[in-house]
Design a binder for this molecule. Structure first.
Ligand code: FAD
Length: 524
């Protein structure tokens, strides 16, 4: 039996960050990892997929050199499938050849006790890993998520790939069918298609990227179709078969039959919680098999058990895993920090990318959400860069006058959306946001027109609702000048006197009226 201040189960993004920071703060920490220290992101998800997307994007850009006036003719880019092999070698270097030796030795050097193996709970305060038994004062569960494999008749007879295999392949198949139309499917489709593979997406729902704004999802589908990717929406795979030539044959619910060299399953993910014996430590799971946590990232109904990352099913991204890890570290060290998920961004790193943050629905009580849009073709930077435009949609909470959500597809949207992330997280008033100046010509300028529109709508909404409420209460107004804001307000209900407001841009008139109001006030 080995006793630790903290035992961390799962050494991915969240687990590694918790372990490193707590050991630095002087705690004794055990980290239990069954596969790779560092988890998925560095080796088999975010990093290798983004590396391949970058190569695919550069290849497409190179085909536009003549149009961009950068060459007298477009360069010969060679065979697409051979180029894929070179891109895959670059990817593997970035993904450390899926080898965690360096990361593992770093974590051991930092003082963390690393236990390699499958961790399973054996009692209320014990975890078994490779025959060792570990106990804790605090326990952190960060076991991540795994691919969901749909129940398709015959699927087990074909040699399909999950996303980790698709992202690790040294060469591209000639033809691919991707089951699922979420972010991972869209990214994989663009990678393989841009390197020459005949690519088809089969999506069960009525749009790609089901969580995204429908208008943005529509553009994403149009962009991918324009590149030659076939997309079936509202379609299921009803049967999978292996042919005599070792191809896969998929029968679709729309009656079509699809032949391809490889099927990729990218139909979503679920928390990795099965087989851990979580019941032994008193943890009940949510509907998706997720570990339920409170704002402190403490597991519901427990005192000293915490969870972070995909296993919580809250915004399952690397940045959320890191964020929750920071919260847990602070709270284990005696703090009382609460997570705020109001502005966790998400991105699909296709070219151009899709990115969103916040909320577009008015499901919360007392909110009225209004949206405003702009075509990126109306932004000057789109012309200088000869880009294909895109869309930015903003949503504001009219009652509170703050930005509620933002969604975009367009060049570098993954970067410039940081402005909306900050605005939503910090609840910056629309009145301030509409006053922000962006450098010309940048894509950031896209925010200006829709923000002004939303700010205007908010002012209208405010004045309408004040009128309505004063009618309802039938306030017998007593107007007075507010010296600070120079507004004439009712001292009982705060309603503005419409006829006596000062134009905020004309100083001279303002001074004149000041005198007038002083007189009025002295009469009262
Ligand atoms: C193809 C793809 C692309 C993605 N791209 C992005 C992106 O660009 N940006 C982004 O933010 N997110 C991206 N994600 C999501 C991102 O990978 C995850 O959100 C992130 O890795 C979650 O971190 P985590 O710590 O929760 O889990 P992980 O990093 O998966 O770590 C969990 C660890 O727990 C270990 N483990 C599980 N059970 C046990 C056990 N019983 N005993 C011991 N060890 C155990 C696992 O081996 C694993 O190492 C992508 C995901 C996929 C699939």
């Amino acid at each position: 039996m080995k006793n630790f201040d903290v035992v961390v189960l799962g050494g991915g993004t969240a687990g590694e960050a918790v372990a490193k920071n707590l050991v630095e703060a002087g705690k004794s920490v055990a980290l239990v990892e069954k596969l790779r220290v560092g988890g998925e992101c560095a080796y088999i998800s975010c990093m290798p997929s983004k590396a391949m997307l970058r190569s695919a994007q550069a290849r497409t850009l190179a085909k536009k050199l003549l149009a961009l006036g950068a060459a007298t003719k477009n360069p010969d880019l060679g065979d697409a499938f051979q180029a894929f092999e070179i891109a895959a070698r670059r990817r593997d270097e970035i993904a450390s050849y899926r080898n965690d030796t360096d990361t593992a030795s770093e974590i051991i050097k930092s003082g963390v006790a690393l236990f390699r193996g499958d961790g399973v709970f054996t009692g209320i305060n014990s975890l078994s890993v490779n025959g060792e038994s570990l106990t804790w004062i605090d326990l952190v569960i960060a076991t991540g998520s795994e691919a969901t494999i749909p129940d398709i008749p015959g699927l087990s007879s074909i040699d399909y790939w999950r996303s980790d295999q698709a992202i690790s392949t040294p060469n591209a198949p000639k033809s691919i069918a991707i089951v699922g139309g979420g972010p991972v499917a869209c990214e994989l489709a663009q990678i393989f298609s841009r390197f020459g593979a005949k690519t088809t997406i089969i999506e069960f729902g009525d749009q790609l990227a089901g969580k995204e704004h429908p208008d943005v999802a529509l553009r994403l589908a149009a962009n991918l179709r324009e590149e030659g990717i076939t997309i079936f929406l509202n379609t299921e795979v009803t049967k999978a078969e292996l042919t005599a030539e070792k191809s896969s044959r998929l029968t679709l619910s729309n009656g079509q039959v699809l032949m391809c060299d490889r099927v990729i399953i990218a139909a979503g993910r679920h928390p990795q919680t099965s087989g851990l014996n979580l019941g032994l430590i008193g943890i009940e799971l949510g509907e998706k098999g997720e570990i339920l946590i409170d704002g402190d990232c403490r597991v519901l109904g427990t005192k000293n058990i915490w969870a972070a990352g995909d296993v919580t099913a809250i915004a399952p991204f690397t940045h959320t895993a890191n964020y929750q890890a920071r919260i847990i570290v602070e709270n284990i060290l005696g703090g009382s920090r609460k997570a705020n998920y109001s502005a966790i961004p998400r991105a699909i790193y296709t070219d151009p990318p899709v990115t969103s943050v916040g909320n577009f629905s008015d499901s919360e009580k007392n909110t009225k959400i209004l949206t405003s849009k702009i075509e990126l073709s109306d932004v000057s930077r789109n012309s200088t860069d000869s880009e294909n435009g895109g869309l930015l949609i903003l949503a504001a909470n009219l009652a509170t006058g703050v930005l509620a959500g933002a969604s975009a597809i367009g060049p570098h949207a993954d970067e410039w959306m940081a402005e909306a992330t900050l605005a939503i997280r910090a609840e910056i008033p629309l009145a301030v946001l509409e006053d922000v100046v962006h450098a010309f010509p940048t894509f950031g300028e896209a925010f200006e027109i829709p923000l002004r529109e939303l700010a205007r709508q908010h002012r209208l909404f405010n004045s309408e609702s004040k009128k309505a409420s004063s009618k309802m209460t039938q306030c017998e107004h007593e107007f007075l000048l507010d010296e600070l804001t120079k507004e004439v307000k009712c001292i009982k209900c705060g309603d503005l006197d419409d006829e006596m407001q000062l134009p905020n841009h004309a100083l001279e008139i303002e001074e004149e009226k000041d005198e007038f109001y002083k007189t009025q006030v002295s009469f009262e």
